[in-house]
Design a binder for this molecule. Structure first.
Ligand code: SAH
Ligand code: F3S
Length: 487
């Protein structure tokens, strides 16, 4: 130990040592776009920058550093963010030292473009380079170019304890994998987030244990493709094939991880997203049915109901296999909610293909879904191989039909709860009335009910009286806040 600095072994003081005078008392403002993973990554970024003296602020005009954690999934997302960047740049007219940075998928996809050609940002940092942020900010202050878009082969942020942003103290995201190896032809994610890597289970359990000790009641495990989680000592999944037998024997798959988390945290609700039909295993379903604290909801994107389109999307399953999986889910977890992602107007989608999507939806009657028009992303296989040949108006009309049907199914599913008592975790004050709480069931339906003496973070038994396609309305029937009812 260094005698001159009795605290040099201590992480906190190491941090102070890193505190350049220029970053002490500075404020950062972070805005996140797109998927849950981005919102989770912003909490990692906040943690990294707090350690070098930055405080977070919700007031734009107070910020010395504005960071946009961006999304490239569809063209529209990028247009929105570009417009936002342009308008943020106007703040520089009155605040000369203001720096604006772009993080996430647009940083990775566009690399130097926003910095050098469009000149609307000062800092460009890809999804795997956030640990370099303090250095990059220093470079920027020294007048150097500040860009790092290197992708990693390891889970980069395992040991960072995220700073929870905009938190209600009840729900939290916990990343378990990064990147994606699936290469769906329409998707930009494998290019912007790199190869798939899993996080050391110990660090995942530690993070959840910290959340638990702070009173959190629900965690959502995040990954582009959670079912392919695999820990055998680190590194990309393809190296697993080369790994020795001992490593393989000791490896931890997604169902093992779920089991470990559920056992260690009996009072915490566990959710996960996203499941890819081709990678989901029966083991996961059995673990879900064994543990009451794993929520009965599976987000299972299908994208299309046409086998031809699924093949061209490079989704590795047919609609028949998808139906088999749904049947298996319903058999093993009878009251499991299922949600989806759907794309209208993929290249070559005929009216019949669209009708196949409609009939798939009618068979399954999803609880809810996220529905999009196909947006061609430069560099993806679909962009190189297929002409974006469905007119915008047709994409739009088909999307409208898909959304309308989903609303009907949402209502159908929600009405099934009427007259039943459901377990609700209270999350926030209802937007419609300050006298009512808003919470969610295990199946992820939103429930609104009178506050009475309950508080945020309580599990409440609520009897459902009425339903819309998006919300359930009911009344609390438990006599007092139930601390826990899973054990
Ligand atoms: N597995 C990921 C999927 C990320 S993208 C996850 O964690 O959710 C989320 C959804 O966006 C996809 O399921 C797909 O429905 C949609 N999407 C992706 N690329 C798209 C594109 N080019 N055009 C339209 N929708 C797209
Ligand atoms: Fe994208 Fe398909 Fe992966 S949608 S994130 S390539 S599973």
């Amino acid at each position: 130990m260094d005698n001159k600095n009795p605290y040099s072994h201590n992480g906190d003081v190491m941090i102070l040592e890193n505190n350049t005078s220029s970053s002490v008392n500075k404020k950062m403002y972070i805005e996140s776009y797109g998927c849950q993973m981005n919102f989770s990554d912003s909490e990692i970024v906040a943690s990294i920058l707090q350690k070098v003296g930055y405080k977070t602020t919700h007031i734009l005009n107070d910020a010395d550093l504005i960071l946009l954690n961006t999304c490239s999934i569809r063209d529209k997302a990028e247009i929105t963010i570009r417009n936002r960047l342009k308008s943020l740049n106007k703040l520089k007219k009155t605040k000369f030292n203001l720096k604006i940075g772009v993080l996430g998928c647009m940083a990775e996809r566009l690399k130097k473009t926003l910095l050098e050609q469009e000149k609307i940002v000062d800092l460009v940092v890809g999804p795997d380079a956030y640990r370099d942020l303090p250095n990059l900010i220093n470079d920027l202050e020294d007048g150097k170019t500040a860009i790092n878009v290197l992708l990693s082969r390891e889970e980069t942020y395992s040991n960072i304890n995220p700073t929870r942003l905009n938190s209600n103290g009840v729900n939290a995201f916990v990343s378990i994998t990064r990147g994606c190896d699936n290469m769906c032809t329409f998707c930009v994610v494998p290019f912007t987030r790199g190869r798939e890597r899993s996080r050391d289970p110990k660090t995942i359990l530690d993070e959840i244990s910290t959340l638990r000790s702070h009173g959190y009641k629900e965690v959502t495990l995040l990954g582009q493709n959670v079912d392919s989680y695999l820990w055998y000592g680190g590194g990309p999944k393809k190296d697993f094939v080369k790994a020795n037998n001992l490593q393989k024997k000791n490896s931890i798959h997604f169902h093992d991880l779920l089991n470990l988390i559920a056992l260690e945290n009996p009072n915490i609700r566990i959710r996960f997203s996203t499941s890819n039909p081709q990678d989901m295993t029966i083991d996961v379903l059995h673990v879900m049915s064994r543990h009451k604290n794993i929520c009965n909801h599976i987000h299972l994107p299908v994208q299309s109901g046409s086998n031809k389109i699924l093949k061209n999307m490079n989704r590795q399953h047919t609609t028949e296999e998808y139906f088999n999986l749904i049947n298996l889910i319903k058999k093993i977890i009878p009251n499991c909610a299922i949600s989806h992602d759907m794309i209208s107007g993929f290249p070559g989608e005929t009216e019949q293909d669209h009708q196949d999507t409609i009939s798939l939806m009618k068979k399954i009657k999803y609880n809810f879904g996220f529905m999009f028009m196909y947006s061609e992303r430069p560099g993806t296989l679909a962009a190189r191989k297929y002409k974006d040949n469905i007119p915008e108006a047709v994409k739009k009309r088909r999307l409208g039909e898909i959304i309308k049907l989903q609303q009907e199914h949402g209502l159908f599913r929600n009405k099934q709860f009427i007259g039943h008592e459901v377990e609700v975790l209270v999350e926030k004050v209802s937007k419609k009335s300050k006298n009512q709480w808003s919470g969610r069931t295990q199946q992820n339906s939103v429930v609104i009910f009178n506050k009475l003496y309950f508080k945020i973070g309580d599990y409440v038994s609520v009897k459902i009286n009425s339903a819309t396609s998006a919300t359930l309305l009911g009344e609390a029937v438990s006599y007092g806040p139930t601390q826990k009812n899973y054990e």
